[in-house]
Design a protein around this ligand. Structure first.
Ligand code: SF4
Length: 393
């Protein structure tokens, strides 16, 4: 195995119409899972027969996109289940990235994994080939919840996966957890958080379960078979989570995300929250550059057919107006603890928030959802809890 080479290359894209210089993030969607979890709305197929074709197409897609973006300082291999690939296949992806894109030295390179797939030899190999951050889809330390969600791993495997990651040399380990599962109470959720702390992960993501209409759980909900926690209970889950993890030394830096130290906050996900450019490769992956957003076919067959015909596998593109960019930047920025820089906002979006949104900001501040300190507009904890509604500014 060889570690990928990285080099400094500040090749500014001329397309950055509205943006100050920001480095880009690269997302690669691996569209395969061994089985579908009951709540999952991400695009993936459960047969791996097309995996070799996909890997071949992915390299072609990289070539087609070479030169469109400036330098990348984060690479995120997500899915689907990237840990279904062999270490060699994963290394080949990183080699392809290195050959086709400019990388800032020491980029954050994350892989999303399923606890059941992780063993020491796999982990040591991928660590050696350049992955320096691992995200493990633990979801719960309660066996009944794992079964309900349709996960294919056990609590024991979740513990072993984190421990094996440490032994393989990963010093930036993140775990994903889900709360608000039907039948779950605050105590049992806090118990999952207590188990998580035993492993001292550098990063913890706590997502509220959402029942997407096309998923098995969404269908059961519509059929009246499931009762999910109401708004008040969801709010309590959110507040208790924040209180508990902040009390344990984690910073609640985004609606669903907690980091043990600032340096462990996800560099890649920050791109989505601060309107940095990002390129998404693979079926269903989204990209954003300047005032354009586009997304790939949400079908492996259509993705492969496009690439094999020599075309970018883009399903649709949209161009955002300045007003749309402003609203989005505000909505995304207010999902993060650091909030929005008033000066930065004015420079980038030509809008003085304190003048143009004076009334509404005053009202939100009075109601305790935001606070203005110096140059920054921050959400309060209550503001973070209702971050989706703050978009209505
Ligand atoms: S492993 Fe992840 S991507 Fe695959 S079905 Fe489960 S939640 Fe969805």
């Amino acid at each position: 195995m060889r570690r990928i080479k990285t080099g400094l290359n500040l090749n500014l894209s001329l397309n950055l119409v509205y943006m100050e210089f920001k480095t880009s993030g690269l997302y690669i969607h691996i569209p395969f899972c061994l089985s579908k979890c009951q709540y999952c709305d991400f695009y993936s197929v459960t047969s791996v027969s097309a995996l070799p074709d996909f890997l071949h197409a992915l390299l072609k897609e990289m070539k087609m996109n070479g030169g469109r973006f400036n330098s990348f300082d984060s690479i995120y291999i997500g899915g689907g289940t990237p840990s279904l690939l062999s270490p060699q296949q994963l290394e080949n992806i990183l080699i392809g990235v290195n050959e086709n894109f400019h990388l800032i030295s020491d980029p954050e390179i994350t892989i999303e994994t399923n606890p059941g797939d992780l063993n020491r030899s796999f982990l040591e190999s991928i660590r050696q080939s350049g992955f320096n951050r691992i995200n493990i889809g633990v979801q719960s330390f309660d066996g009944n919840v794992l079964e309900f969600l349709g996960r294919r791993h056990s609590v024991k495997q979740a513990f072993s996966a984190v421990e094996a990651s440490r032994r393989a040399g990963f010093d930036n380990v993140g775990i994903d957890l889900i709360y608000g599962v039907p039948g779950q109470d605050i105590d049992s959720w806090l118990n999952t958080l207590r188990q998580a702390l035993l492993l001292s992960p550098e990063h913890i993501s706590c997502y509220q379960l959402t029942l997407e209409p096309k998923t098995p759980l969404g269908r059961r909900y519509r059929a009246g078979e499931l009762i999910i926690p109401g708004e008040e209970l969801q709010y309590q889950f959110f507040m208790k989570t924040s209180e508990f993890l902040e009390g344990a030394g984690y910073t609640h830096y985004e609606v669903s995300n907690f980091a043990r130290k600032e340096k462990y906050a996800s560099q890649h996900n920050q791109k989505y929250w601060d309107h940095s450019p990002f390129l998404g490769l693979g079926p269903s992956a989204h990209s954003f550059l300047s005032n354009h957003r586009w997304w790939n076919h949400r079908s492996l067959d259509r993705y492969l057919a496009s690439i094999n015909a020599g075309n970018l596998p883009v399903e649709e593109t949209e161009t955002l107006t300045m007003e749309q960019l402003r609203l989005e930047a505000l909505y995304l920025g207010l999902r993060t603890k650091k909030g929005v820089s008033l000066k930065g906002f004015k420079n980038q979006y030509r809008c003085d928030l304190l003048t143009e949104k004076k009334k509404i900001l005053a009202r939100l501040e009075e109601e305790g959802f935001i606070s203005v300190k110096g140059d920054r507009l921050h959400p309060t904890l209550t503001g973070l809890a209702i971050a989706d509604s703050l978009a209505l500014i």
